[in-house]
Design a protein around this ligand. Structure first.
Ligand code: NAD
Length: 385
């Protein structure tokens, strides 16, 4: 395919950003040919540039596109994604790929035509810092994983943010809060770097820092099959917050904070040293290196470019949608653990979690307050370092 005709579905904060770079030729081999938003006023800006539809179903059936980028509220990622795949369209879905594991499995099950490319917008994977850490982990130079700690509290959000859209921060509209909206990036990177834990115990604060019904604070403890442990701390209610990832293996440690990556390497296994030395207070000799890396948390364009290259040239996907299941499972497990005050063994029972979420939706008495105009704002202000 010479040029991939792409349609953007959902023209809110994120969708407008996608539509804008796609219409100004930033992505090689792609042309924005259609847009869709349930709110007709969002379409006016694209008059003369792309075919416009108030319904995603019409766009999908219009014959104007070979591919879609879905940037709508979370529950509809599943339904619109399935519709697009069933109509033969390559599909790039915003994170999270669905609200819960059972829905994600429904979306992935619709990917029966494997000639279609199905990808997810995990833009953080293409951030130079995480690519570097991934390379180090994959090369095995850090040795077997012992511990991972991630403090990711740089996600400050105001009450005005939560009040800006009716769907946001409600069980019914969004299906969760911090874990399903902001943290999918870290949860995805976490599982990308360490694999999936086998058990999760988490404590979530529901509306602890904002007037919302869903979680805006999380502390989670993870256990891996090999006995490694992990802790993730996240909130949208702290400023300025911290973004510090510490990953320890048997032969090395990395600490990533901002753009500073500290690497400590032990030439041989620390556990072997511990077992074999006669020195009472002996310590392995280690080398330390510190590198400054570019903080490039945006990278949405690069994910879309990779999606287009996968369609046109068969390039391997950096962010296959299948892998989006893992971050979602982690998010669901953390919330489920907190709601049930129990440790959750993975794999999560997706149907049990879906049933619990449906109860939260059915029993919700929260009155959503709205403020502002609802007009999309400059999303790039939210791309954090
Ligand atoms: N990758 C990132 O860095 C990033 C950043 C922000 C948001 N997002 C994701 O983008 C998605 C949208 O978030 P947002 O902040 O832009 O929300 P938003 O509320 O600003 O925009 C959503 C838009 O979708 C439209 N819409 C709703 N249902 C629709 C339907 N069925 N068909 C067509 N249009 C529909 C709404 O009218 C609205 O314009 C979410 O999945 C969110 O998690 C990703």
């Amino acid at each position: 395919m010479e040029i991939v005709r792409i349609g953007v579905i959902g023209l809110g904060n994120m969708g407008q950003y996608h539509a804008n770079y796609l219409s100004n030729g930033t992505v090689d081999g792609a042309r924005l040919t259609a847009v869709s938003d349930a709110a007709p006023d969002r379409l006016a800006a694209y008059a003369g540039k792309a075919a416009a539809f108030t319904s995603s179903a019409e766009l999908i059936r219009s014959g104007e596109v070979d591919a879609v980028l879905i940037a709508t509220p979370h529950f509809s990622h599943t339904t619109i994604g399935i519709d697009a795949l069933q109509h033969g369209l390559h599909t790039l879905v915003e994170k999270p790929i669905s609200v819960h594991k059972a829905d994600a499995e429904r979306l992935l099950a619709a990917h029966t035509d494997r000639s279609l490319v199905l990808a997810a917008m995990f833009n953080q994977r293409l951030d130079e810092r995480f690519m570097r850490v991934k390379q180090m982990v994959a090369s095995g130079e850090l040795g077997e994983l012992q511990r991972v700690n991630w403090i990711t509290t740089e996600w400050f959000r105001t009450q005005a943010y939560y009040d800006s859209s009716a769907w946001r921060a409600t069980w019914k509209g969004e299906g969760g809060g911090l874990l399903i909206n902001q943290c999918p990036h870290q949860l995805d990177s976490l599982q990308w770097l360490t694999g999936m834990p086998s058990r999760v115990r988490a404590f979530c604060g529901l509306g602890r820092r904002h007037n919302i019904e869903v979680e805006d604070e999380v502390t989670a403890y993870l256990e891996y099959v090999n006995g490694a442990t992990g802790v993730l701390v996240a909130t949208t209610g702290e400023y300025p917050g911290t973004n510090r990832l510490e990953l320890v293996g048997d032969r090395g440690r990395i600490v990533l904070e901002g753009g500073r990556l500290q690497i400590t390497r032990s030439p041989s296994s620390v556990s072997t040293f511990s077992r074999s030395t006669n020195e009472v207070f002996g310590k392995p000799e280690v080398t330390c290196e510190e590198v400054e890396l570019e903080c490039s948390p945006g990278k949405h364009e690069a994910v879309t470019q990779n999606f287009i290259d996968a369609i046109r040239l068969g390039t391997a996907l950096v962010t296959p949608a299948e892998e989006g299941l893992h971050s979602l499972e982690l998010a669901n497990a953390m919330l489920y653990s907190s709601l049930t005050a129990s440790t959750i063994e993975l794999p999560l029972d997706g149907l049990a979690y879906e049933a619990r979420l449906n109860e939260l939706i059915a029993n919700s008495t929260f009155e959503k307050r709205m403020s502002g105009t609802g007009t999309p704002v400059d999303i790039s202000k939210s791309f954090r370092k």
